[in-house]
Design a protein around this ligand. Structure first.
Ligand SMILES: *[C@@H]1O[C@H](CO)[C@@H](O)[C@H](O)[C@H]1NC(C)=O
Length: 145
């Protein structure tokens, strides 16, 4: 039955285009990598990472990349797109407790952005071990506009 997906797509057109891990954790002082997967066809579009606001990003994009596979870095945050796997990776290094919060990874385009919501939790601790979490399908997606 295709009825539910089609209804869902009509109500939340962004919902099926970008999926993220939903929630990721990392230790203070360590790093975390977030994989966000996008639907084929959006390879050449902008990919971004931002703090979530009510509907849009709360304060612009923390880091973005314009359809290129070259890594972009701003401060402790980097983003890299893999066109073949339809997946981009956001890495946050030197995590601090203040990094805990709700973020969006998304595809920027004309019209509504396509984005997934990611809850980042930084736990206290001096561990420097790298914490990574691979993408799964999830329901934590929203569409702006
Ligand atoms: C992370 O912290 C280490 C140690 O303070 C520093 O050398 C390194 O440049 C920092 N990395 C980033 C990306 O800020």
């Amino acid at each position: 039955m295709r009825i539910f997906p089609i209804l869902g797509w009509m109500l939340f057109p962004g919902c099926w285009a970008v999926t993220g891990p939903g929630a990721v954790r990392g230790p203070a002082g360590g790093s975390v990598a977030v994989w966000c997967r996008y639907r084929a066809g959006y390879e050449d579009y902008q990919k971004f990472w931002c703090r979530a606001g009510r509907w849009h990003c709360s304060n612009g994009h923390i880091v973005e990349i314009d359809g290129s596979e070259a890594e972009a870095t701003r401060g402790r945050v980097s983003i890299r797109d893999d066109h073949t796997q339809h997946m981009f990776t956001v890495t946050v290094e030197n995590l601090t407790l203040a990094d805990t919060g709700t973020y969006h990874c998304g595809v920027g385009r004309t019209g509504p952005d396509l984005r997934a919501t990611v809850e980042l939790t930084v736990s206290p601790g001096k561990s420097r071990r790298k914490s990574q979490q691979r993408v799964q399908s999830n329901q934590h997606c929203t569409s702006s506009n």
